[in-house]
Structure formats: structure tokens, C-alpha cells
Design a binder for this molecule. Structure first.
Ligand SMILES: *[C@@H]1O[C@H](CO)[C@@H](O)[C@H](O)[C@H]1NC(C)=O
Ligand SMILES: *[C@@H]1O[C@H](CO)[C@@H](O)[C@H](O)[C@H]1NC(C)=O
Ligand SMILES: *[C@@H]1O[C@H](CO)[C@@H](O)[C@H](O)[C@H]1NC(C)=O
Length: 507
């Protein structure tokens, strides 16, 4: 099965409760046939050149869910009638593909959040439901025509009200992100910003920039990728970077709280139906992250530029130098580079989504070869505002003796300035009991056969503070739980001397 077919199947399933679906096979055969229409796409576009395919509903803060007033291009009186404020920011919210033919429940939430943040804004919901309610492949073919219609709307608004286009912000979800791209590229003048919320992948992945959302479509294009899972051919969101800034929360897949992994495991027993909730949850998470960024302005989540998700997971990319970090969502700062900047962040499972990122650098020194060990490492952090206990340090590779390993650690709450940490080592694999006993008894002790950690270097992503922690009691033998405190030298410069003397080992 091709990726989009599986994708399509998922959404048939997703929308099954909202609409009577014929037979799945029938839908699939039809849409497979639809693909044959690809070469004549442009002919279709010409046909629709002059027919109205989108409606522009100016929403009202007190009725975020209702279409009370439509702005009609060519009829300036509708602007006044709807209360369009030409000195304010204007948002165009563009939905994606639908089988139900109705707005999804995130729409009023996003509209409310936009008003919450920008009280006098014009929030226009672009309604192209009648075309979006088609087989996926057909809906894809319509995106260009809808984009053109929106471009004409933008041109008209600009001419009629003299509104500067840097006040115009298009927000498109899924297929709507590419519609926004077409709107931007067809508008006579460049629009200020386009935000793509998990832009659709099937039929767009790998396509030429002119046939999808791309950095050329606005002065600033920022994208959140939340469902780019490649395995099983199941990638609903586009995987490749397509904006000036592309942020991949949690690596762009497996969003916390969506239980995609659990759902994938269930496929074997319950079939494709097992994954519908998880699919919706992952894809739509992009919208909720954006809503979160509008509502929780004071708690912005940060994302960090990184070469790969794997490097990010090792804590190697928490730098903010030279614009390497940015704010997730509405407050993302505009950066323009020749190439897309890919950024990563971790999130919680619900709002507020922000977490606090730390890099831990730990040097393991030993006389024995550690590569056979598979310890489980946990760390507890204690700070001025709170604590985060028993956080797992995920080993991304085998431990190597006499090497510094880097880990990423996140806390869900702000623990303030870090004062102390406790480090726990548990051997989990089949390593023999005698070996284990030997390890534990000689652990930290400076014993020739033990593994030693003298210092832990920590960097906070959110504060960019760097700290070094030293073993609190280097003489305490035989413990797999050890405490580290800020190293003496550092304490002196910033605080009163510590009462307890800490002897530093030379290494
Ligand atoms: C229009 O928006 C501006 C700010 O963008 C605000 O100062 C003004 O009061 C608004 N006008 C109306 C009629 O709401
Ligand atoms: C690690 O380094 C120490 C001192 O430099 C050395 O004695 C020890 O043999 C090394 N361990 C391994 C496994 O190579
Ligand atoms: C440790 O052992 C592994 C295999 O068990 C070996 O590949 C590696 O080279 C050894 N490392 C050292 C430093 O001896």
C-alpha cells in the first residue's frame, strides 16, 4: 500500500463516526483512480478559476464558534458590516481535509486563543469545507484553486483598506498549510507570515517547492511537525523541512499522551482501527501547541537548533548562541537563512506543554571495560524552587570507559536554580551476580575495579547556565546512590562557603 493510501484509510476510519462511509475498499479504489488524474491537475485548476471556492468568515470574540458575518471580495460594504479593523493584525485560519464537512473542535479554540492574545485582531476563518470534503487526492488537487482564491481576497483587502501585508498572518493546518502556501505565492505582494501546523505529507513530501508550502510563500514561514512517523508508510505530516524555521516537538513523532506506540502494537490484534485516536492526537497536537503558545505567553516553550533528533536526545544541542534557539509557536522569532533551520524540543502531554531541558555530561572512568554493562541510570534534581526525582537517563549507545557521555534530561516543572543532584546506578541486564556485587561494592570508591564519576557538568537550556557538580562525599564507599553538590570553587564565587568540606579528587 502506498503511504497516502494508508493515510487515507486512517482518515476514513477517523471520520467514520461523523459520516456514513461506504465500503473502505470502494473509497480506496476510487481514490486510487483519482491519482490517475494527476497529469490533468492544471486543467482542473483553470476550470475553477472563476467560481467561488472559499468563504471568509470574520469571527467575533464573543462567538468564536459561529459564522456570523462573511467578508465578500468585491463588496467593500461587507468589511464595515462585519467590523473589519484595517489597522489591526489579521489572521486567516485555514482548515485541512475533512470527511465530515464540518469544522473540527480545535477551530473555536484557536480562534478564541488568537483573540485572547491579540484583542483587536481580525480573525478570518477560511471555509473551503465543500472542496475539502472530497477524497483526499481530489482535495489535494483543489488546494491550488483555493489558494488562488485566497490570494485574490488578500489582494482585494490590500487594495481596499491599504492594510500593510506584514500585518497578515496565515495559519494553515494539515492540507490547509499548503493552501496557505499557494495563497502566499499567488498574492501580488508578499504576506507577512505563514504558520504551517503539521502540513500534510502525502502527495507533498519531496515535491517541488512550487507545489507545496515553502519559504518563498511569505516573509516568514514557520512550521510545527508533530506526526512525521515514517515506519508503516504512515506519515500524515510532512517530514522534510519546508519553512524558514521547522520545529519538531518530540522529534516530530510520538507525542506524549497520544500513545501512538501502544496503538501501533495493537494493530496486530485490532487492525488499523486501533490507531485512529492516536493519529488524530499526534496530527492535531501541532494546533494545540500553537494555542498553548498564544495563551501561555509567559511560559514560552523553547526549541533548539540541532543536526538530528538523535543528537538532540543526547543533550548535545541546547545552545542559544547566534540564534540557535527560538520560541515555539506564535512568538517564534523571524530568522532568515538560506536554508531551513531545524529545531527540536520536548513537551509535556498537556498544556502548558513546555518543559525544562538540561544537558548532563558525565565522564565514566574505570580500569574495566564497561561496554558489556547495561545500567539503568536515574537522576534526581533539587533546586531552589522544587525538585524532580528519579528521572531516567536514556542510554543512546553503549557506555564506553574513560569517555564523557552526554545526556538530555527534562523536568516538567521549574525547579529554579539547581543546588544538588543524586545519581543512581542500577545494573539491569544479565550481568552476573558476582560481577554486580563487585561493581556495587567498589562503585565510586576509587577502587581499581570500580567505575568512577567525579564530576557532572550540567547546562540548562532555558537559562543557558552552566554548572559543575562534584561528588559530595568522595570517601563514602559502596553506594550505588551518590550525591553531587556544586563544586567548591563555583560556590565560592557565587555564594557563602559551604559548611561541609568537599574534597576534590584530582583526575
Ligand atoms: C482597531 O485596532 C486598533 C489597534 O490595532 C485599536 O487601537 C482600535 O481601537 C481598533 N478600532 C476598533 C473600532 O476597535
Ligand atoms: C582508563 O584510564 C585509566 C587512567 O588513564 C587507565 O588506567 C585505565 O586502564 C583506562 N581504562 C580502560 C578500560 O582502558
Ligand atoms: C571493550 O569490549 C568490547 C567488546 O566487548 C570491544 O569491542 C572494545 O574494543 C573494548 N574496549 C576497550 C577499550 O578495550
Amino acid at each position: 500500500m502506498r503511504a497516502w493510501q494508508l493515510w487515507f484509510l486512517c482518515f476514513v476510519v477517523l471520520n467514520a463516526d461523523a459520516q456514513k462511509v461506504t465500503s473502505l475498499e470502494e473509497e480506496l479504489t476510487d481514490s486510487a483512480f483519482g491519482n490517475l488524474l494527476d497529469p490533468v491537475k492544471d486543467l482542473f485548476d483553470e476550470d475553477e478559476h472563476h467560481s467561488a471556492v472559499a468563504k471568509f468568515s470574520l469571527r467575533n470574540p464573543s462567538h468564536p464558534d459561529d459564522d456570523l458575518c462573511y467578508i465578500v471580495p468585491g463588496k467593500p460594504e461587507t468589511l464595515a458590516a462585519c467590523g473589519f479593523n484595517s489597522t489591526s493584525k489579521t489572521f486567516l485560519v485555514i482548515h485541512g481535509w475533512t470527511l465530515s464537512g464540518m469544522f473540527e473542535s480545535w477551530m473555536p479554540k484557536l480562534v478564541s486563543a488568537l483573540f485572547e492574545r491579540e484583542r483587536t485582531a481580525n480573525v478570518v476563518v477560511v471555509d473551503w469545507l465543500s472542496l475539502a470534503q472530497n477524497h483526499y487526492v481530489v482535495a489535494v488537487q483543489k488546494t491550488k484553486a483555493v489558494g488562488r482564491e485566497i490570494a485574490r481576497f488578500i489582494d482585494w483587502i490590500e487594495d481596499t483598506t491599504n492594510m500593510p501585508l506584514d500585518k497578515l498572518h496565515l495559519i494553515g493546518y494539515s492540507l490547509g498549510a499548503h493552501v496557505a502556501g499557494f495563497a502566499g505565492s499567488h498574492a501580488s505582494n508578499k504576506v507577512g507570515r505563514i504558520t504551517g501546523l503539521d502540513p500534510a505529507g502525502p502527495d507533498f513530501e519531496g515535491e517541488h517547492a512550487h507545489r507545496r508550502l515553502s519559504p518563498d510563500d511569505a516573509h516568514f514561514v514557520d512550521v510545527l511537525h508533530t506526526f512525521t512517523q515514517g515506519s508503516l508508510g504512515l506519515s500524515i505530516g510532512i517530514q522534510q523541512p519546508i519553512g524558514h524555521v521547522d520545529i519538531y516537538p518530540n522529534g516530530g513523532s510520538f507525542q506524549p499522551g497520544c500513545n501512538m506506540r501502544g496503538a501501533l502494537e495493537k494493530i496486530a490484534n485490532f487492525g488499523i482501527f486501533a490507531i485512529n485516536d492516536a493519529v488524530k492526537c499526534e496530527h492535531e497536537r501541532s494546533v494545540h501547541l500553537f494555542i498553548d503558545s498564544l495563551l501561555n505567553e509567559r511560559e514560552p516553550a523553547k526549541a533548539y537548533q540541532c543536526g538530528s533528533n538523535d543528537m538532540f536526545d543526547r543533550g548535545m544541542c541546547l545552545s542559544c548562541r547566534k540564534g540557535r534557539c527560538n520560541t515555539v509557536g506564535y512568538s517564534t522569532s523571524q530568522i532568515r537563512r538560506p536554508h531551513s533551520v531545524q529545531m527540536y524540543t520536548k513537551t509535556r502531554a498537556s498544556m502548558p506543554f513546555r518543559v525544562y531541558h538540561y544537558q548532563l555530561k558525565i565522564h565514566f572512568s574505570s580500569k574495566v571495560n564497561m561496554s558489556e554493562m547495561e545500567p539503568s541510570l536515574t537522576v534526581s534534581l533539587y533546586g531552589t524552587k522544587g525538585e524532580a526525582e528519579n528521572l531516567e537517563l536514556k542510554l543512546k549507545e553503549r557506555l564506553e570507559t574513560n569517555r564523557t557521555h552526554s545526556f538530555l534530561l527534562v523536568t516538567e516543572t521549574d525547579i529554579g536554580e539547581l543546588l544538588m543532584l543524586k545519581f543512581k546506578w542500577m545494573e539491569t541486564n544479565s550481568w552476573s551476580v558476582s560481577n554486580l556485587l563487585k561493581m556495587v561494592s567498589s562503585w565510586w570508591s576509587g577502587n581499581a575495579e570500580g567505575v568512577e564519576v567525579h564530576k557532572i557538568r550540567i547546562k540548562s537550556g532555558e537559562t543557558q547556565q552552566k554548572m559543575v557538580f562534584c561528588l559530595k562525599d568522595p570517601d563514602a564507599h559502596s553506594s550505588h546512590l551518590v550525591t553531587f553538590v556544586k563544586c567548591k570553587d563555583e560556590w565560592r564565587t557565587k555564594r557563602k562557603p559551604v559548611s561541609k568540606r568537599v574534597t576534590l579528587k584530582n583526575d
